[in-house]
Design a protein around this ligand. Structure first.
Ligand SMILES: Cc1cc2nc3c(=O)[nH]c(=O)nc-3n(C[C@H](O)[C@H](O)[C@H](O)COP(=O)(O)O)c2cc1C
Length: 188
């Protein structure tokens, strides 16, 4: 156990924040010439149901920060458990990250990735200060969901869900270990 009362250093912050498991998304948009762009983002969150808002946090030094701050909108592709390679590819240079991937254009040209478990298409609502990151808030204009389990990420590693219990639970017959109904109906 490591406890600290002093401001945490970057290593301590990463260790603590890594304990918070997330899903993994690829956020896509277009550049000024209409070319597709995208990067892997785990700092994605549902923000509001009415109006429907989501947020993504992107590093200020990133190319994606400049693109998201300028583009009229973006798409959040929630990755499926089998898309670890996609998550890795969209975190790497060079920026030709769409090579070999099946996609289709969504609103305003932001690419929608085949195989994702959800597509969330947004207009950019606002960009807020978040220290060395920016908080990009999107007004959700369209959502599409697909069968399958989401990819999980914690402590710097990709994780698997235990099995197809989530789909069975969503169909109305929660087996042992499946999420509680009140969790499935909650906005978060
Ligand atoms: C699993 C995973 C999660 C990530 N989450 C974020 C994130 O939430 N915000 C962020 O700015 N970068 C995140 N990254 C890093 C970016 O994907 C990476 O820096 C990418 O190169 C940024 O794209 P860009 O250089 O085109 O801006 C993550 C990478 C991985 C592998």
């Amino acid at each position: 156990m490591t406890a600290t009362v002093a401001p945490p250093d970057a290593v301590a912050m990463r260790e603590a924040m890594g304990r918070f498991a997330t899903g993994v998304t690829v956020v896509t948009t277009v550049d000024a010439d209409g070319r597709p762009a995208g990067c892997t983002i785990s700092a994605f969150c549902s923000l509001s149901l009415d109006p429907p808002l989501v947020l993504v946090c992107v590093g200020r030094g990133r190319r994606m920060h400049a693109l998201l701050a300028a583009a009229p909108g973006f798409a959040v592709n929630v990755l499926a458990a089998h898309q670890r390679d996609v998550a890795t590819a969209f975190a790497r240079t060079p920026h030709d990250r769409f090579a070999g991937l099946a996609t289709r254009p969504g609103r305003a040209g932001a690419r929608l990735l085949d195989g994702a478990v959800a597509h969330i298409e947004c207009d950019r609502e606002t960009v807020l200060d978040g220290g060395d990151h920016a908080i990009v808030v999107g007004l959700v204009r369209a959502v599409t969901t697909f069968p399958g389990e989401p990819l999980l990420y914690a402590r710097g590693a990709f994780l698997d869900l235990p099995g197809p219990a989530w789909d069975r639970a969503a169909a109305g017959a929660p087996p042992a270990g499946a999420p509680h109904e009140w969790l499935l109906s909650a906005p978060w």
